[in-house]
Write a protein that binds this ligand. Structure first.
Ligand code: ADP
Length: 436
């Protein structure tokens, strides 16, 4: 009520009192005149209140009942408020309809999930790509409808920085890329797109590399064999010829290593999980790698220390883990000056298990670290060709770790050395009582 209306109301009341007093003066019945006057005013007020209640509950969309004075003002204000809210609602509705229209036109699936992971809303593309059915699937948990075990695992993660690629639940030949985004209070948005074509191209590339590597293997073995025979020939005393043959054999071995690494990468890419999932006795594996690394170091005289918890086993593929760990240890030998120190540690803590390979070698500049696990990425081409590296070692490490739910951490300082640490989650560990 504003100041004007307060004054008006007081004036009206005073006028009513004056009228009552006048009637009382004329009739000599002051009390009756006052009681009747105030009663009539109260009755009128209650009547207006009833009209208000009747309008709000029975006909809120119609214009308000006509009234005068303060009550008229109350009716009008409520009516304007109501109209304003209605217009805001209509505007919001129009926005929602426009968003729904645009998501309907999308070729990618959009699915809204509530805080419990149940389906709230989806666009027609979600029906086409994920097989959701309207309205029966409303309120169903999404993991009941997209049943792939990898999706369940992905869905249960607390954050989803990377998308997940899966075969479509409707058609095995169709590949989908799924990505979950969090919004609101625990709600999630699931986006799915058809990436079959990209997947096929990627597959063609992988097949091509695998086939070429495979086909090159036989001729290279033949060349290597002949070179060995020629080098073994005792009558060949020409030193220039011998040096040339030795260089050729060295390069042939390098090509062989490259093909082996390319084939291993192709094998790693062919499936998501290692097929031979067994408890791997890591300490024993590391002892073998340590012995091989000492052989590789040979006269260069590196000191290679191993500290490993023999009871700590890792679930996974022994062959793959051997490749990954050996790559890290052999790199440490390759990129550490003669007589340098290399420490291999395998231990567990509350977060999981960690394999650290630490050297006091030449180190790597900070700017190279993020790209180090890319295929053929080299810090310095000269350095790599001197050491006979293929440029694929760390790419293999990264792939193997991803298949074992692990990740690689690299800390390095130029001239001080590097530490490559493989972190594995506790879910990948097994504790064995017997000595490994
Ligand atoms: P390569 O077969 O050339 O060694 P990798 O993928 O194994 O290929 O390593 C990539 C690059 O990372 C190497 O060329 C090397 O420059 C650098 N690197 C790897 N390990 C170490 C290390 N322990 N110390 C210094 N540099 C390293």
């Amino acid at each position: 009520m504003n100041q004007d209306w307060r004054g008006t109301l007081i004036r009206q009341l005073l006028l009513l009192l004056a009228g009552c007093l006048l009637v009382g003066l004329l009739s000599g019945q002051y009390a009756w005149a006052l009681a009747i006057g105030l009663g009539a005013w109260l009755g009128w007020t209650l009547w207006q209140l009833l009209r208000l209640q009747d309008w709000l509950s029975n006909r809120p969309d119609e214009p308000p009942p006509y009234s005068r004075g303060l009550w008229g003002e109350v009716f009008d204000s409520l009516y304007h408020l109501q109209r304003r809210q209605q217009r805001a609602r209509e505007r919001l509705q129009a926005v929602i309809e426009r968003i729904q229209e645009s998501t309907t036109a999308l070729r990618d699936a959009v699915v809204m999930l509530d805080a419990d992971g149940n389906l709230e809303w989806w666009n027609p593309a979600a029906e086409r790509l994920l097989g959701l059915k309207s309205p029966q699937d409303h309120g169903q948990p999404v993991t009941n409808l997209v049943r792939h075990p990898r999706f369940k695992e992905y869905f249960e993660q607390s954050s989803h920085p990377e998308p997940l690629e899966l075969p479509s639940p409707l058609d095995d030949h169709c590949r989908l890329q799924l990505h979950i985004t969090h919004y609101g209070h625990g709600q999630r948005l699931l986006l799915a797109r058809d990436v079959t074509r990209m997947h096929q191209l990627e597959q063609m590339r992988k097949d091509f590399v695998a086939n070429v590597s495979h086909e090159l293997r036989t001729p290279l073995t033949v060349i290597g064999g002949y070179l060995e025979t020629l080098l073994d020939a005792p009558d060949d005393a020409n030193p220039r010829r011998r040096r040339a043959l030795e260089r050729m054999q060295q390069q042939a071995r390098r090509m062989q290593a490259l093909l082996d690494d390319l084939l291993l990468l192709a094998r790693l890419e062919a499936s998501d999980y290692p097929t031979d999932n067994q408890p791997v006795p890591v300490a024993a594996l590391l002892r073998r790698i340590q012995a091989d690394a000492e052989t590789l170091s040979g006269a260069r005289g590196h000191r290679i220390e191993l500290e490993a918890d023999p009871q700590l086993h890792l679930k996974g593929s022994e062959l793959e883990l051997h490749s990954a760990f050996a790559n890290l240890v052999f790199n440490a030998v390759k990129y550490t000056q003669d007589g340098g120190q290399i420490r291999i540690r395998w231990r567990a803590d509350a977060e999981g298990a960690h394999l650290a390979v630490e050297d006091d070698g030449i180190g790597i500049e900070e700017r190279h670290l993020p790209r180090l696990t890319e295929r053929f990425y080299r810090v310095d081409a000269g350095r790599a060709s001197r050491t006979g590296g293929t440029g694929l070692g760390l790419a293999i490490v990264k792939h193997v770790l991803a298949r074992h739910h692990g990740r690689l951490e690299i800390v390095s300082r130029v001239g001080r050395g590097s530490t490559f640490t493989c972190h594995f989650p506790a879910s990948q560990l097994l504790r064995h009582q017997e000595q490994a």
